[in-house]
Design a binder for this molecule. Sequence first.
Ligand SMILES: [Fe+2]
Length: 295
Amino acid sequence: MALVLQVDNSKIATLGDFVEFVRSGVDLTDTDSIASAAPMLRSLANDHTLVVDHLNRLVKERFRKQAVPSAQVVVLAAAPGFYVRANIWPSNADVAAGRVYQDQFAYNVAHDHNYNFLTVGYYGPGYVTDLYEYDFEKIEGFPGEKVDLRFVETLHFKTGMVMLYRASKDVHLQHPPNDLSLTLNLLVAPDTVRLRDQYYFDLEKSTLLNFPNELNSSMRGSLLRIAAQLGDGNTEELLHDLAARHPCRRTRLAAYEALVQMRPTAANRLWELAAADPEPYVAKSARQHLAPAAA
Ligand SMILES: [Fe+2]
């Protein structure tokens, strides 16, 4: 299960202290080591002006000059391999009234994450979350596919609580808090995170629903569909290379689809190549295209 870590201390850590602690003392590839930052993250959450100071600075220095990347996230610090950020959890009333935009993973849709993160309740009553587990390795990635989702618990994540959320293992369904709430997150994001998948789940049917649009692989696929319409000979060459070598299965499949769109007469040969892909997600999709011809 997502690990609730028992941490209670009244020390205050500065953002600089926290970043230095993680940089010098945490192995970002090891979940136990990430969990060892829990007391420090708890101490960071004891700095009650941390987020408001950053919000003030954001409004003062950046609103005129830079795009605001999100209405729900305030990045507090970025370092190689990790971020420290504040997540804003608007209340149901705020969302329903249109006072606050929600541009990250929506409430009421079960999802996993493709990165590990450590989170602490910072402000407000906190959200309620339904926690589940699943085995990433046991599923192929098709929408509608059955998933062995194990319910773990429903948790009211209150101010001061700390939880470790494990990549591609923990699934949660967030319910909006009764009042505005904030969490602080140590988000571990190695370069390779852009290659990892993430899912929405249908809890009633215990199936995969689809991939979030915000996912890098979704965006790559979308760009390749555009490239198929606008592309020339160079594009085709690039697509062949992506189809053969890109480490992301959805990107390889999207490259094959784009090639087929550009060269419909070569469809069979292309789908035969795709059918030899080591990932079932690519190979099975390809075989569906080949089946009518074989029949
Ligand atoms: Fe989430």
